[in-house]
Ligand binder design. Sequence first.
Ligand code: NAI
Length: 350
Amino acid sequence: MNADPLDLDGHEMVIQCRDAGSGLRAIIAIHDSSAGPAMGGCRIAAYPSTAAALTDALRLSRGMTFKNIMAGLPHGGGKSVILLERPEDKTPALLLAFAERVNGLGGRYITGEDVGSTVADIQLMRKVTPHVRGIPENGPGDPSPMTALGVFVGIRKAVLHRLGAETLTGLTVAVQGLGAVGSRLCGLLHDVGARLVVADVDPARAREAADRFGAAIARPEEVHGARADVFAPCALGAVLDAGTIRALGAAVVAGGANNQLATAQDGARLAERGILYAPDYVINAGGVISTALEGPGYERGELLRRVHGIADTLGEIFEHAIADGVATSAVADRLALGRLEAARHARRSA
Ligand code: NAI
């Protein structure tokens, strides 16, 4: 982040929201709206400090700018965080007070589900603002199936590129995290005959995957080192650091988790080891594409076409990485910044 405290990581607008009546404490961060109204979910969590919440909001909203522009969506990047002291502090009054703040922005920021917020929470917010997405009645609803599909087509593209494999049949994929995205991804992989190694901190989820898909179970802290063709992180961020990269057992890393690289240098570390990394904000964009297409003109065929398009974007990144001899993460950042500059230029000239 820039040393100037007022720079706030290059954000266009950062708003602190407080409401004494409901106890609301929230931050809405709009990183860049050159490509269109900022879109990104509302994270609800107990943060150790306001500073930690601000850092999270800024990091996540900047990430949404990159994700949305690489997915070709007419949306900029934004994100909001609601700070809770305890989980039971998430009350309807607090959610409605937050929705009023979103509404006050007049559509500059569109919110939706994220860690800690549910479809029911968003449906409640819809009572006071139209600037929410992820309402099942208006389109595809839960974004996770499309996130999983995007990761699946991305894995197919990556193994073709790195291993020359035309099919996933018989290949082994190690999946870390068996939640909404990871469990659906396992289903898609199993359907095409891939072998699975799975891990989750919740042992019941790992056992369920073993029963349903004949998967082998690995320990959560060791799954990245499993002997596999692909490692698919679908749990936490920052799973790829100097230590885990050294121990990786797969030639391809392609999964749904956000912010997989602990630091920018870790992209280069992967490339140095000859491991093909599918940049997270490109491969996991299926959910935001699903959310963006929600509304009166929603067509499932168009949604599927665009989610399958993630493979083409990854193909372009992989080709550039080879041609220029740089890491795929660096190529993705460069492409995203180029598109962002073009959007900024178009807005200035409009
Ligand atoms: P989830 O909360 O449904 O599932 C996460 C799973 O990971 C849980 O089963 C949890 O027990 C497990 N887990 C947590 N820590 C772990 C560890 N250290 N090792 C192994 N397993 C662990 O979350 P969801 O929705 O499946 O999202 C997964 C990741 O994908 C997150 O990073 C999320 O930000 C990202 N993502 C999700 C999207 C979506 O549409 N749901 C869209 C884009 C990104």
